[in-house]
Design a protein around this ligand. Sequence first.
Ligand code: COA
Length: 247
Amino acid sequence: MTREPHVTLSRTDVHLWIESSAGPDGEPRNLREHESVLSPEERNRADQFYFARDRAQFVMARSLLRRCLSEYVDIEPAEWEFEFNRFGKPAVHHRLGVDLDFNLSHSRGMCLLGITRERPIGVDVEKRDARISLPDLIHQVMSEPEIEELRRLPARAWKSRFLDVWVFKEAYAKARGQGISLPLRDISFLFPDGRTPQLVLKPSLADRPDHWLYDFVKVPVDFHAAVCIGRRRDEELQFEMREPEPL
Ligand SMILES: CC(C)(COP(=O)(O)OP(=O)(O)OC[C@H]1O[C@@H](n2cnc3c(N)ncnc32)[C@H](O)[C@@H]1OP(=O)(O)O)[C@@H](O)C(=O)NCCC(=O)NCCS
C-alpha cells in the first residue's frame, strides 16, 4: 500500500507531534510493528540499551519520527535516511532533497517531535518527578540571574522552576544543534512575570534572543516541555499540536 502524504506545512508553520510510548499498563504498545520501520543501524542502536524501557522508548521515538515525516512527503516510514552534525543532531539526509527540519525529545514514556520547513527547531520534554539532585544541578546549569529569581520563590516551587528553565535551555541548545556543549550558564531564561519566558544571552553565545521564538508546549501535567524555533525579527509563526494515528 502506498502512503499518501496529507499534511501540509508552510514555512511559518510549526507542528508539534506528541505520543505516549506506553499503554495504560505502562508497557509499550506494538513494539514489533514500530521496530519494523527502523533502519538496521537504528535497530543496532536500540539493542545497545541496557534497560528494556530505554530500548522501547528509543524505538517508539524513531518510529514516531519516521511515521510523522511520511505525513508530509511521499516517502515510506522505513525509507527515511538521516545524517548527523558533529554534535549528534539528526537531520533528513540531504540526498533525499526534503526541506523539512525536525527535533525529537523523549522522557519516561513521552515523545515530543517538532517539525518545521527550513527553520531550525529544538524541543525538550522532561518528566516532573525526575529524581534530580537540585543543589548540584542548579549550580551546573543555571545562570546567576536565574538563580536569583529562583531564590525569590518558595522552596516548594524550585523543582518546577528548575525544570522549566531546563527544558527551555535544552530546546534552545538543541535548536542550535550544539546541545549541552554550549555554555549553559551563559544562557538565561528568566520569568519576570512568573509565567512568560524571556531569553537573555551572554556574548559567548554569539547570538541574539530576537532570532528565536520559544514557548511552553502543552503536555500531560507530570511533564515539562518547551520548543525553540529560529525566526527573523517579528515574524509570526503558527503552532499546531498534532497526534499521530496509532500504529
Ligand atoms: C542532545 C542532548 C541535548 C540530548 O538531551 P537529552 O535530554 O538526553 O535527550 P532528549 O530526549 O531531549 O533528546 C534526544 C534526541 O535529540 C536529538 N539530538 C541528538 N543530538 C542533538 C544535538 N546536538 N542537537 C539537537 N538534537 C540532538 C536526537 O534525535 C536524540 O534522540 P535519539 O537519541 O533517540 O536519536 C545532549 O545529549 C547533548 O547535548 N548532546 C551533544 C553532546 C555533544 O556535544 N557531543 C559532542 C560530540 S562528541
